[in-house]
Design a protein around this ligand. Structure first.
Ligand code: PMP
Length: 407
């Protein structure tokens, strides 16, 4: 892997040249959403200024051009995650909708009273609540694979839970709060050993490392465009053909049908079976530009660059007196949660903000993790390849100041 030229790359992101409160923006809230390179903004602008049109049914030039550009993005996604078939790539609004789709449709087809679904102790609410809803609807039980104090899943415990009641495992690849990179490939192997399919929430993985659905042998994989330098409002559900064929459609409407009469409707083939209504066309095209951008940098190079920055940040934060990391897994990606002495995360976040430093505070949509540690929330600094060691030095200095002010 090659180290990326960060100073050069930063100029691709207009917002990184801006200031807040008269100070250069230090953006360390990348797990919530990443900033967008000009190429993404430009691609969306081009669509609206040059070929804005609805897709899939148009006879005219603009519609055909828009359809071709949008469908080309499906091809880019297929290549990016190495899906075997193009029609295994379903466009959604984002990770949340992707997981809701599977919970709803897989649930209707396969969940019965007495069945169970397994999630992990470190899931985002969007990988908990849809399963709770499906379980409630079908009389099934939601079970939780436990973790240790370091924020690592207990694989042996997980393996023991894989009994004949389990219909599906849904697990996050990377924890947005703890930064833990879970051994999803091993977990999938274990689950498949019992004939159980696995959904991988890749919302915090796809932007940090190469993700290969065939290598993982994932049955479903979900992610959001806006966390991988693309627009909001667009995301992906990858599903193995054999599952997408078997489960019923999600929403009804245009595009997802073959023929409609008042008596009977026949559904469209994959992937359109799951894509009712006019999609987020501009956003899809923006996602395509984001994928081009990432592939140009190289995901392995991004992973290497971020690993070095993560190591630098972890070491620098260790120097802060009274700082306690929440999540100390051996294998981590770019999210770092911590608490400083007895200070409240929100107070620290507010002081950092006044220095132009954007971090997130609170439960990060993972309340069960907060309950596990018995804490109200954390301060979370989440990194992207465009962050610099100088920015980390500013973060550390500002935390020192906050600690002094608040003690
Ligand atoms: N899962 C994880 C691990 C996440 O970090 C997030 C976003 N914070 C989501 C799911 C939900 O993603 P979205 O809000 O883009 O649908």
């Amino acid at each position: 892997a090659r180290k990326l030229d960060i100073a050069q790359l930063r100029s691709d992101f207009p917002i990184l040249q801006t200031q807040v409160y008269g100070k250069p923006l230090v953006y360390l809230d990348n797990a919530a959403t990443t900033q967008k390179p000009s190429a993404v903004i430009q691609a969306m602008n081009d669509y609206y200024t040059q070929y804005n049109s609805n897709i899939h049914r148009g006879v005219h030039y603009l519609s055909q051009k828009a359809t071709a550009e949008y469908e080309l993005v499906r091809k880019k996604v297929q290549g990016f995650i190495n899906a075997e078939h193009l029609h295994e790539v379903i466009f959604t609004k984002g990770t949340t909708e992707s997981i809701n789709l599977v919970a709803s449709c897989f649930g209707r087809k396969f969940l019965r009273p007495g069945n169970s679904i397994i999630v992990s102790a470190m899931e985002h609410h969007s990988n908990i609540v849809p399963w709770q809803m499906a379980c409630e609807e079908h009389g099934a039980e939601l079970r939780v694979a436990p973790m240790n104090e370091k924020g690592e899943l207990l694989l042996e415990e997980f393996e023991r839970m894989l009994d004949e009641t389990v219909k599906l495992v849904s697990v996050t690849y990377v924890s947005n709060t703890l930064g833990t990179v879970n051994p999803v490939k091993e977990m999938i192997e274990l689950a498949h050993g019992q004939g159980i399919p696995v959904l991988v929430d890749a919302a915090q993985a796809i932007q940090h490392m190469p993700v290969d659905v065939q290598e993982l042998d994932a049955d479903f994989l979900a992610f959001s465009g806006h966390k991988m330098y693309g627009p909001t409002g667009i995301g992906v559900l990858y599903g193995k053909e054999k599952w997408l064929q078997q489960i019923p459609p999600y929403q009804g409407g245009g595009d997802m049908i073959k023929t409609v009469t008042f008596e009977k409707t026949t559904y469209n083939d994959l992937p359109l079976k799951f894509e009712a209504g006019t999609p987020a066309i501009a956003e899809g095209i923006g996602l395509g530009a984001a994928i081009d951008y990432l592939q140009h940098l190289g995901m392995a190079n991004i992973a290497e660059t971020e690993a070095q920055l993560l190591a630098y940040t972890t070491e620098a934060l260790q120097e802060v007196k009274g700082l306690r990391f929440i999540g100390e897994a051996e294998s981590k990606a770019a999210s770092i949660s911590f608490l400083v002495g007895n200070t409240h995360p929100f107070d620290v976040g507010e002081i950092l903000d006044k220095h132009g430093i954007a971090v997130r505070t609170g439960h990060h949509c993972t309340e069960p993790i907060m309950h596990y540690y018995g804490i109200p929330g954390t301060v979370r600094a989440s990194l992207a390849f465009y962050n610099t060691t100088e920015e980390i030095d500013k973060l550390v200095a500002a935390i020192q100041k906050a600690a002094m002010l608040l003690s």
